[in-house]
Design a protein around this ligand. Structure first.
Ligand code: TRP
Ligand code: SF4
Length: 359
């Protein structure tokens, strides 16, 4: 053994302890997605981009929320597994690193369901019914009868977040109402039992609401989204079909970028000088929508190119997704177990005197 090797051997345990200490000191992020289909550009600017940026600074947990699929897709559970795989691929493709961050499946952590039961007693029915995002979703959905679980899903989401005692939740604007509800639940628990939970903050992405190509809210079900996994040809077709400023009939008509959703894409994905140039040319009728859209096709395809390449790379590594999820589930469960021990103890639900310490 050389001197260097000896030093290395001796220092390794020390280093591990330090690393572990560091990991424990980092604040935590928890956020996630429903596995109802592939992720789109709205997800990227709303939340994914922040996740990638913050994954060194925070200890990150990303939940794939399969319970939430049941709210409005109860009869379409056959493809959940397939969608989970697609979402993990989307995560890896945008740069989420499974060696740094924990990716896990919600239903594989039974402690989340237990926490949901406790939390559901700590919020009033009236408060749950007042959540503006849930109200909007109920209106938009075509289900004839809204389930109790649908109205209550933000409580299960609070359990996701608080199961790992997260501090920060990067989300799209529509989710802020749920984080507000989570904050109230955390405060109520801390006041009633013991101060276990941080009161987490929402972090909204740099583009709060990227519209769909029909200028409605971007969503899979409306068919107005560009997916991270779309081919370049499909991106072209979608953008060329998009609705622009309705006042422009001839390419020389003076346009209004402020009401055009393509212009919102320039703001989100173009560089500032290009945005300015488009804005001026559009307002003075010097650029037609067809040309403007063609340039946008190039920008989006340029942005998606490395993402597509990374996606293919991981899709071809058999067994990789499975490993990521098994490791992630184990890691998330480890933390959730610790949290639930604290919760049960604080609520006198551990029955140590009655059953002994380990039962
Ligand atoms: N409701 C979120 C969405 O539809 C997904 C989600 C589930 C989530 N659990 C979460 C987001 C916890 C943030 C934190 O996008
Ligand atoms: Fe929109 Fe571009 Fe057409 Fe202006 S020129 S209305 S910014 S698509």
């Amino acid at each position: 053994m050389t001197k260097d090797e000896r030093t290395l051997k001796i220092n390794l345990p020390l280093l591990n302890t330090r690393m572990k200490g560091k990991r424990d000191m980092k604040k935590r992020i928890l956020t996630g997605d429903r596995p109802t289909g592939p992720l789109h550009l709205g997800h990227y600017v709303g939340s994914l981009e922040n996740r990638v940026m913050l994954q060194d600074k925070y200890e990150c947990f990303f939940v794939i929320a399969d319970y939430q699929v049941l709210t409005d897709h109860l009869k379409e559970t056959k493809r959940i597994g397939e969608f989970i795989k697609e979402i993990v691929l989307d995560y890896l493709a945008v740069g989420i690193n499974p060696e740094k961050s924990t990716i896990f499946i919600q239903s594989k952590i039974p402690e989340i369901a237990e926490l949901t039961t406790y939390f559901s007693m700590m919020i009033s029915l009236a408060r749950v019914q007042r959540n503006p995002t849930v109200k909007e979703e109920i209106k938009a959905s075509e289900i004839s009868e809204v389930s109790y679980g649908f109205v209550g899903y933000p409580i299960s989401q609070a359990a996701d977040i608080l199961s790992v005692r997260a501090h920060l939740v990067p989300v799209g604007e529509d989710q802020v109402a749920h984080i507000e509800q989570t904050r109230e639940i955390a405060r109520t628990f801390n006041r009633l039992f013991a101060s276990i939970f941080p009161v987490p903050e929402a972090l909204v992405g740099r583009v709060a609401r990227l519209p769909g190509l029909d200028s409605q809210k971007m969503s899979k079900s409306r068919g107005n989204a560009i997916f991270l996994s779309d081919s370049s040809e499909s991106v072209r077709k979608k953008i060329m079909r998009a609705i622009t400023d309705p006042a422009r009939i001839h390419p020389t008509d003076k346009g209004h970028p402020d009401v055009c959703n393509i212009f919102r894409y320039y703001v989100a994905f173009g560089n500032p000088p290009e945005c300015e140039e488009i804005e001026t040319s559009c307002k003075s009728g010097k650029i037609g929508c067809v040309n403007c859209k063609k340039r946008m096709v190039e920008i989006i395809n340029g942005f998606l190119k490395p993402i597509r390449e990374k996606r293919n790379h991981y899709a071809n590594q058999s067994g990789f997704i499975k490993d990521v999820l098994i490791t992630g589930n184990r890691r998330a469960r480890e933390e959730a177990k610790k949290t639930l021990e604290l919760v049960r103890e604080a609520m006198h639900f551990d029955y140590k005197d009655l059953l002994g310490k380990d039962n």
